[in-house]
Design a binder for this molecule. Structure first.
Ligand code: OFO
Length: 162
């Protein structure tokens, strides 16, 4: 195996984080669907698929370096939110948490002089800038819209075209 035991176990933990992200956004998608915001639901469903792909990138990398994949139980996600703003605020909070996880992984790679894993993680570092940026953008728009139904209707339509 080309990576340390500690790196192997931390990357496996990250697979679980990414799968939970996928699960959380799928749960948000189902909730948006249940209250008839089809655009928000579509956006979240797409996000859920992307998160599954993040998990698979790590899954493939572990195999590539001769390490073992070990899958853990996925936490039950929250099932309902107070408002679209509430849901997207949670998504933003979650992305900030994921950024912290990725940064810790990158710190570990540097500490261990694990250049291969360090370079592998660059994609995730860049991706997190985008993910936090997107979520922040939507939270800010939802704050501006407030309770205005026309505004919500428009943003729902816009995000449906993602
Ligand atoms: Fe949302 O970027 Fe992965 O978790």
């Amino acid at each position: 195996m080309m990576i340390s035991e500690k790196m192997q176990s931390t990357l496996n933990d990250q697979i679980n984080e990414e799968l939970f992200s996928s699960y959380l956004y799928l749960s948000m998608s189902a909730w948006f669907q249940s209250i008839n915001y089809k655009g928000f639901a579509g956006w979240m469903k797409k996000q859920s698929t992307e998160e599954y792909e993040h998990a698979m990138k790590i899954y493939d990398y572990l195999h590539e370096v001769g390490a073992d994949v070990s899958l853990d139980a996925i936490k039950k996600p929250q099932a309902s939110w107070k408002s679209p703003l509430d849901a997207f605020k949670d998504a933003l909070k979650h992305e900030k948490h994921i950024t912290e996880c990725i940064n810790k992984l990158a710190d570990l790679a540097v500490e261990e002089k694990d250049h291969a894993t360090n370079i592998f993680l660059h994609w995730f570092v860049t991706e997190q800038v985008e993910e936090v940026g997107n979520a922040t953008d939507i939270v800010e728009k939802l704050k501006m819209i407030g309770d205005n139904p026309a505004g919500l209707f428009m943003l729902d339509g816009q995000l449906g075209h993602r």
